[in-house]
Design a protein around this ligand. Structure first.
Ligand SMILES: *[C@@H]1O[C@H](CO)[C@@H](O)[C@H](O)[C@H]1NC(C)=O
Ligand SMILES: *[C@@H]1O[C@H](CO)[C@@H](O)[C@H](O)[C@H]1NC(C)=O
Ligand SMILES: *[C@@H]1O[C@H](CO)[C@@H](O)[C@H](O)[C@H]1NC(C)=O
Ligand SMILES: *[C@@H]1O[C@H](CO)[C@@H](O)[C@H](O)[C@H]1NC(C)=O
Ligand SMILES: *[C@@H]1O[C@H](CO)[C@@H](O)[C@H](O)[C@H]1NC(C)=O
Ligand SMILES: *[C@@H]1O[C@H](CO)[C@@H](O)[C@H](O)[C@H]1NC(C)=O
Ligand SMILES: *[C@@H]1O[C@H](CO)[C@@H](O)[C@H](O)[C@H]1NC(C)=O
Ligand SMILES: *[C@@H]1O[C@H](CO)[C@@H](O)[C@H](O)[C@H]1NC(C)=O
Ligand SMILES: *[C@@H]1O[C@H](CO)[C@@H](O)[C@H](O)[C@H]1NC(C)=O
Ligand SMILES: *[C@@H]1O[C@H](CO)[C@@H](O)[C@H](O)[C@H]1NC(C)=O
Ligand SMILES: *[C@@H]1O[C@H](CO)[C@@H](O)[C@H](O)[C@H]1NC(C)=O
Ligand SMILES: *[C@@H]1O[C@H](CO)[C@@H](O)[C@H](O)[C@H]1NC(C)=O
Length: 611
């Protein structure tokens, strides 16, 4: 790759000089930079790399808006100006089209998928039909007849695209001004008149998404280690996927005392925090994870009164748990079990009576029911089956958002309130977290983490808290905790008063912003005491340094330096990109010609040759 940026810049300077424009303003006009791009990034496991990347200097292609699958022939065979940057409306983002583009990689510079503003009819899932096929409960060891989704295809719409490797960049763009500019540029320049081949200058796009990690997780972790050992400013190439699990219990559990085996037995009620999407940063996951975690939050709230009152308290403590990284071979839950086995968690495996997982739940504002899926294998044991059927949750109707018959108006009111809380949660996760309720329940340091868009359910990396884990931590504290009259200083020091040394083992304390005082910008802050705790969600494979194991998740995410895209006009096939090597008259003529073409809307790339 021999880039000639200096030559390029000097010719640009000369051109600027000739045209009498200030260089700054020209520079800004050179390209139209895309404002909102979401790339598909590279992920690695024990044996493979999947996802996408561009070359180091970005990949360039002539724009082609694909109109139908038949239209692929232009891209793959007949078009005169390859390579092409293929623009796909979401309906055309199918496995069949993507695999054809993948096999025609020589003529394909990259793909841009226009994210629809509404859901596609018929649904779409880039996950496999049998997610986490090899690491889930239903393995060959557990029951071969249920393994590999023989019995239940969990995700019938799954097309497996997220597990393919593409050696060109793939970006997603929101359908907005950026995409309008792209469509217009394509219409103006790249569509041949009356079926003839389009003529130069053509509208082109360049995408940058070069990935630092290659091959597989053992390779990238080895490179990290070498960097760490020998470099003064180490440049890591990949990070294990993961973050933090969030959990709380209906009775306080001593969190300092690990591996504790009291007589107590607990029921774990779990949901997952994350969902998977093809594109990094774009995992709205409304159905797949939001519904389950909202249902579990609502259940925790609904059971609060019952579990707080001595007479109505259930015999078993309920531990509400929200697992991170489940879509990537169960990172969060496998780590918690591993910690239980190794006396690194407040509970021991022997303390666990049973587990209830709240998966996808159809939540509608009224008249919707919650579905339970129970494990058919453990039900083969009659005593376990009887236990499941008795359903230790005799309050499951509380989860059902419809009005059960025979409620008094007061009871209906509390149901309305609970439904309202669910509506607020749906709003907070699926519309925007930056709302007045969420603002009240977080510490002031985290105000910037609230955003005006749907929550991104993509798993984080490296112990960083993902968006849903951050939100669930504080929502759970609000819904299950108690406001206590404790000073800010004591609250931040995890104690009720200066002499209190015990409470921190049982509770966590957070100083939250509270509501705005009337006619003021000041907030009435207060201290919330709860049993909400964080625990690490990093695959045990990294702890054990067993990076080729198939027992635990080995997924890592590559790091990258630059993710960006831009469009511009290319002058000719030979030059590829318009190259201004000298301040010759043709240079300025071309420059004026192109500037004329642009009419202030978009501009040209003045680019180095890359021989
Ligand atoms: C799949 O299930 C069917 C019956 O449900 C069984 O006959 C078949 O052997 C199973 N296949 C595998 C690979 O286990
Ligand atoms: C790694 O991912 C690839 C692609 O999904 C898959 O085929 C392979 O089985 C995975 N390897 C392990 C060890 O899980
Ligand atoms: C999109 O374009 C419209 C009309 O040209 C303009 O009013 C609006 O501000 C633009 N939005 C953004 C985010 O650039
Ligand atoms: C990107 O944002 C800038 C500044 O808001 C705006 O001037 C430009 O037109 C936007 N680009 C596109 C393609 O909408
Ligand atoms: C394209 O074809 C139509 C009808 O055949 C004709 O009227 C029109 O002039 C043609 N346009 C150009 C630019 O040749
Ligand atoms: C919790 O456990 C720690 C460590 O075993 C112990 O020091 C502390 O006294 C315990 N606190 C309570 C309230 O049980
Ligand atoms: C829960 O307890 C609160 C305060 O004690 C009370 O106001 C509310 O009505 C109770 N809700 C239900 C559903 O019992
Ligand atoms: C709870 O425990 C008490 C006393 O140990 C027992 O009488 C009662 O039946 C138990 N309740 C349930 C629901 O198991
Ligand atoms: C059924 O489960 C119970 C409780 O876990 C256990 O004690 C019993 O041995 C199991 N029975 C069989 C046949 O596995
Ligand atoms: C939960 O949030 C509401 C609304 O901001 C507030 O009124 C209530 O006191 C909070 N409760 C706790 C326990 O934080
Ligand atoms: C909170 O505690 C302070 C100091 O102990 C006391 O003066 C105040 O009355 C308490 N406030 C409430 C609402 O109980
Ligand atoms: C808030 O401001 C409005 C209008 O300025 C005034 O009518 C109202 O009394 C004020 N409320 C308080 C609590 O000060």
């Amino acid at each position: 790759m021999d880039l000639l940026p200096n030559k390029w810049i000097s010719s640009l300077f000369i051109c600027c000089f000739i045209t009498g424009l200030s260089c700054n303003s020209v520079e800004k006009k050179i390209y139209v930079k895309l404002n909102y791009t979401v790339p598909c990034v590279r992920l690695l496991n024990a044996t493979h790399q999947i996802g996408c990347q561009s070359s180091l200097s970005g990949d360039v292609g002539v724009l082609h808006v694909l109109e139908s699958e038949d239209n692929l022939d232009w891209v793959l065979n007949t078009g005169h100006s390859p390579p092409y940057m293929v623009i796909l409306e979401a309906e055309l983002f199918t496995r069949s089209i993507m695999l054809k583009l993948k096999s025609g990689a020589r003529r394909v510079a990259g793909v841009v998928v226009i994210e629809p503003n509404t859901n596609l009819p018929g649904g779409f899932s880039p996950h496999t039909t049998c997610p986490n096929e090899n690491t889930g409960v239903y393995t060959d060891k557990y029951d071969p007849a249920l393994a590999h989704c023989n019995h239940t295809l969990w995700n019938p719409l799954g097309n497996g695209l997220s597990y393919e490797e593409f050696d060109f960049p793939i970006f997603s763009l929101k359908d907005d001004n950026d995409t309008q500019v792209i469509r217009q540029c394509y219409l103006d320049h790249n569509r041949g008149v009356n079926g003839s081949a389009p003529e130069y200058p053509l509208c082109a796009m360049q995408l940058f998404s070069h990935m630092s990690a290659v091959t597989d997780t053992p390779t990238c972790i080895r490179r990290n280690k070498i960097q760490n050992d020998f470099s003064i400013s180490p440049e890591m190439v990949c990070d294990p996927l993961g973050g933090s699990n969030i959990w709380t219990s209906t009775r306080p559990i001593n969190n300092t005392q690990k591996g504790h085996k009291m007589f107590e037995s607990v029921v774990i009620a779990a949901a997952r925090l994350d969902s998977r999407s093809f594109f990094f940063d774009l995992a709205p996951g409304a159905q797949s994870s939001a519904s389950g975690l909202i249902a579990l939050l609502a259940a925790a709230q609904a059971l609060k009164n019952i579990t707080e009152t001595e007479e109505t308290q259930p015999n078993k403590t309920i531990v509400f748990t929200f697992f991170e990284g489940e879509t990537f071979d169960y990172i969060g839950s496998s780590k918690m079990v591993y910690d239980m086995e190794n006396e690194q968690f407040a509970l021991d495996l022997d303390n666990v009576h049973s587990v209830l997982e709240v998966g996808q739940v159809g939540i509608r504002p009224s008249n919707s029911a919650i579905w339970f899926h129970s494990d058919p294998v453990s039900q083969r044991n009659d005593s376990v089956k009887a236990e499941i059927l008795r359903s230790m949750f005799d309050n499951t109707e509380n989860l059902n958002m419809s009005y059960p018959p025979g409620l008094t108006p007061e009871q209906q009111l509390s149901f309305v309130t609970e439904t309202a809380a669910v509506a607020q949660l749906l709003y907070g996760f699926l519309v925007k977290s930056n709302n007045s309720w969420f603002q009240q329940i977080i510490p002031s340091d985290f105000v910037r983490s609230l955003v005006d868009r749907p929550t991104n359910f993509y798993t984080g990396v490296h112990m960083q808290k993902s968006e849903p884990s951050f939100l669930v931590e504080y929502i759970l504290a609000n819904l299950t905790g108690t406001v206590v009259n404790v000073t800010q200083e004591n609250c931040k020091n995890q104690r009720e008063n200066a002499d209190d040394k015990e409470s921190k083992h049982l509770y966590s304390y957070i100083w939250v912003q509270g509501a705005l005082a009337p006619n003021s910008t000041k907030r009435d802050s207060f201290c919330v005491r709860s049993s909400v705790r964080l625990s690490p969600a990093i695959s045990p494979a990294f702890d054990l340094e067993q990076l080729t194991t198939s027992d635990y998740s080995t997924w890592t995410e590559s790091r990258w330096k630059k993710i960006t895209g831009r469009i511009f006009l290319v002058a000719s096939h030979d030059l590829e990109m318009l190259t201004l090597e000298s301040a010759s008259p043709s240079c300025s003529r071309l420059f004026f010609y192109l500037r004329d073409q642009l009419k202030g809307r978009y501009s040209v790339l003045l680019r180095e040759r890359t021989h």
